[in-house]
Write a new protein. Structure first.
Length: 263
């Protein structure tokens, strides 16, 4: 019995690990004073609780009122150490991170569960039309993560910049400028076009507790939710398309997130 229980638990945690794919940029604090140093971590996990991500960097940029700056050199060579940045001037800052592609292959049942979890019904329908439901999911994926940081009292329009990531999450107002209980509209772009009928997950972590809601984007690629100016927020979404080279993989996906916070 102990052997059977162990095998069952191993299968359960292996399956869970396949779906623990939320990736985000996390900070000790999102609201800073000018000249303050802050540690930045790159995390992967579920339920807004993660472990240090260990992967390959494609690009890492800092956007401010002074323009765009390549900060790839700040990306940690030892992931456990994270990155440390100093923001000398007041204003709103935006970090944009993109990873290299990584290959994963899942058996049919786990791949189907993953597609269902992230609302990728179009891919399920395409697999059915192709008679591929019993085929392994061969996929390459990349991370597209952004975070908004507020330094001092000066608030500007940096929040609205299209950073050029394949999958963009763009607030339509500066979250740090809103009052509690105001609605925050979020626009999703894929390859610079509004992404409609896509599942967006909205995570809120406050006082050690996490809540999560889901919405589908409208025809304009937007969702909206009531903002509470406490705790930390993450918006996440996955987009998948057929891969252009079937010898490498069957699917290309992009896993995007936006974080900001008030503590």
């Amino acid at each position: 019995m102990k052997r059977i229980a162990f095998v069952f638990l191993l299968m359960f945690f292996t399956a869970a690990a396949c779906f623990a794919h939320e990736f985000w940029i996390d900070l000790e604090r999102f609201i800073l004073k000018a000249g303050e140093r802050v540690k930045i971590s790159f995390l992967v996990g579920e339920n807004f609780a993660g472990e240090i991500w260990k992967g390959s960097l494609k690009s890492f940029y800092l956007f401010s009122s002074e323009g765009k700056k390549d900060i790839s050199s700040f990306f940690p060579t030892e992931p456990d150490e994270g990155a440390t940045l100093t923001f000398d001037k007041e204003g709103t800052y935006l970090l944009a991170f993109n990873s290299q592609n990584k290959f994963i292959e899942l058996p049919p049942d786990k791949f189907l569960a993953y597609l269902k979890e992230d609302g990728l019904e179009d891919i399920i329908a395409l697999r059915k039309r192709r008679n591929e439901m019993e085929k392994n999911g061969r996929e390459v994926y990349q991370r597209c993560a952004k975070t908004l940081i507020q330094v001092g009292d000066k608030k500007d329009n940096v929040f609205s910049i299209n950073t050029g990531l394949p999958l963009e999450i763009i607030p339509q107002k500066n979250p740090y400028k809103l009052s509690s209980k105001e609605n925050l509209k979020i626009k999703i772009l894929f390859q610079n076009k509004p992404l409609s009928d896509a599942l967006v997950k909205i995570w809120h972590r406050k006082n050690g507790k996490v809540s999560q809601t889901e919405q589908k984007t409208n025809a304009n690629g937007t969702v909206s939710f009531e903002l509470e100016k406490q705790g930390n927020w993450m918006i996440s979404i996955v987009k998948m398309t057929p891969h252009t080279n079937s010898e490498q993989a069957d699917w290309q996906s992009y896993w995007a997130s936006l974080t900001f916070g008030f503590e």
